[in-house]
Design a protein around this ligand. Structure first.
Ligand code: FES
Length: 395
């Protein structure tokens, strides 16, 4: 594993120098470009990381260990980092949940699961090599452990939705092992379960950790590999998350923080279970608010594919129009019409595609709820049109 021999320019000095040059009319990005010729890790505005290790996790998932430069501000377990790659001359950005690597400043690992038709996930699985540089952004996101830490935490994951939970679990085991934690992890089979060995080891070395691995095809979509999952045969289970399971495994599940990340069916099930518990248990207030959800894959609308809705979007006093079908996200519909729409993760996490809904109705694909236009913010990547719309870009 080759290491950089360049002595890093202290981040504060680089930021200060960039500020002075900016006052002289020299663009910070031009300064970054110059730094990146010396060493891409020195940049302070457009950050880079070098791939220092690569490990195949399953037949469809690869972990990349990334070394960021001194301008990277670190991360909280559970947050996401936007990764930028250029494919066929077009820059694409996606959100990944990193795990910190102990003993190395600004070093973290991302695990990339191939998605069916996933441009960036397939590119990273096939093309990423040790020694390459990729663009990164500062960590962000609120899918993180509460402060102060509670005595017990519940994690529910499906497929590659394990990555933010794994980051939080590793953090708890390393630094707060008196905290009790339960992980309920759905995957199509053990072969498809990312971190299977690491989780077995965690369960055998952390007495406060309850690990429940469930092989089921009900919550986890086909992995896109084209091969049959070993769980898809006669032994395939249709086990889903339900309140009985939670009651058996974690009797006080309504009273502790819960983190759920996975495919839409799993997230929908969790949302419904916590909502039902909140509506029938008036003595235990705030149940629904204890459930934290994070999507890991682009949303798939199920509206009428034949419906055509007129969408007008105002940005910088300029109005653009396009048509959106009921089974398209507004982001996809706009891009299909040739519009360049500001976006980041495409998963409802980064809020870069947020617009104000001034008129019309949309379906929020993360909550399933209908939103009627009264000036509310909506995210185009996880919203589908239910009528003609008037939108105003907020970014
Ligand atoms: S692109 Fe990130 S929330 Fe829509």
């Amino acid at each position: 594993m080759a290491e950089s021999s360049t002595v890093p320019l202290p981040a504060k000095a680089a930021v200060r120098l960039s500020g002075w040059l900016n006052q002289l009319g020299i663009s910070p990005l031009a300064f970054d470009d110059t730094l990146s010729l010396i060493n891409p890790l020195l940049t302070v505005h457009r950050l880079h990381a070098r791939i220092v290790a690569r490990q195949v996790e399953t037949g469809t998932a690869t972990t990349l260990v990334l070394q960021a430069g001194p301008a990277f501000k670190g991360l909280k377990p559970g947050q996401f980092v936007m990764i930028g790659v250029t494919i066929n001359g077009v820059r694409h950005r996606r959100a990944y949940s990193p795990r910190t690597v102990e003993g190395h400043a600004n070093r973290f690992a991302i695990t990339v699961q191939r998605q069916p038709g996933g441009l960036v996930s397939n590119h990273l699985n096939e093309q990423a090599r040790v020694g390459q540089f990729i663009e990164i952004e500062q960590a962000a996101g609120a899918f993180t452990l509460p402060s102060p830490l509670p005595a017990e935490v519940l994690f529910i994951a499906g497929g590659s939705g394990i990555t933010p939970s794994m980051a939080m679990l590793e953090h708890l085991q390393r630094h707060f092992s008196k905290t009790k934690a339960t992980l309920i992890y759905f995957a199509r089979s053990r072969d498809d379960r990312i971190f299977a060995k690491a989780l077995d080891k965690m369960a055998s070395t952390w007495s406060g950790f309850q690990y429940v691995a469930i092989d089921s095809v009900a919550n986890t979509p086909n992995d896109g590999s084209g091969r049959a999952s070993s769980a898809a045969g006669v032994s395939a289970s249709q086990q889903v998350l339900d309140a009985d399971m939670l009651g058996r495994l974690v009797p006080n599940w309504t009273k502790i923080p819960a983190y759920c990340c996975g495919p839409a069916p799993l997230m929908d099930a969790a949302r419904a279970i916590w909502k039902e518990a909140g509506s029938t248990n008036w003595k235990n207030t705030g149940i629904a608010a204890r459930l934290h959800l994070e999507a890991f894959a682009p949303a798939k609308p199920s509206g009428d594919p034949h419906a055509r809705h007129e969408v007008r979007i105002v940005r910088d006093a300029e109005t653009k129009s396009f048509q959106a079908a009921g089974d398209q996200t507004l982001l996809i519909a706009g891009e299909t019409a040739g519009l360049s729409i500001k976006h980041g993760c495409r998963q409802g996490i980064c809020h870069e595609c947020t617009c104000r809904l001034n008129h019309g109705s949309v379906r929020d694909l993360t909550s399933g709820e209908r939103i009627d236009g009264e000036g509310q913010p909506i995210r185009l990547c996880v919203s589908s049109a239910m009528s003609d719309l008037d939108l105003e870009s907020l970014n």
